[in-house]
Design a protein around this ligand. Structure first.
Ligand SMILES: Cc1cc2nc3c(=O)[nH]c(=O)nc-3n(C[C@H](O)[C@H](O)[C@H](O)COP(=O)(O)O)c2cc1C
Length: 123
């Protein structure tokens, strides 16, 4: 921990940006009630820089989309996000949770794009 990551890949480019960032946006579709494996892979790479990013007075936002319309089905993902940023010592700056979004492009027919825009403007 806190040394260079043993994997030398695209995360090497993201790593300095993550350390410097004032705000980190976590964005994922729901895949089987959890984060996409693509996002989870990035989060798991935080491990090597825990000491540099924890408690670093960063803010975070969370945006997720899923096909179903049940609110309770989003709870596992929002709980994961909240627990993660609590551990990191980061402050939640807002969430956009988009149910009923199934097929590619269907988000365009919803208000969630506007919600995300407003969230960004509010920060
Ligand atoms: C592997 C996989 C798992 C999914 N699991 C869920 C699920 O548990 N609940 C749900 O409501 N939608 C689920 N969906 C639907 C996606 O959340 C939804 O279609 C989303 O808009 C896809 O975003 P993407 O186009 O970025 O992959 C799943 C889709 C895929 C491909």
């Amino acid at each position: 921990m806190n040394g260079p990551c043993i994997y030398d890949d695209d995360f090497s480019k993201l790593r300095p940006k993550l350390i410097e960032a004032d705000l980190v946006a976590f964005v994922s579709p729901m895949y089987y009630f959890g984060f996409s494996s693509q996002l989870k892979r990035v989060i798991d790479r935080f491990y090597a820089i825990n000491g540099q990013i924890k408690g670093a007075s960063k803010k975070a936002v969370f945006m997720m989309a899923y096909a179903d319309t049940s609110k309770s089905e989003a709870e596992a993902m929002t709980a994961h996000y909240k627990t993660l940023i609590k551990y990191l010592g980061w402050k939640d700056a807002g969430m956009v949770i988009a149910p009923g979004v199934w097929t590619a492009g269907s988000i365009k027919n919803t208000k969630y794009g506007e919600d995300a825009y407003k969230l960004g403007k509010s920060i």
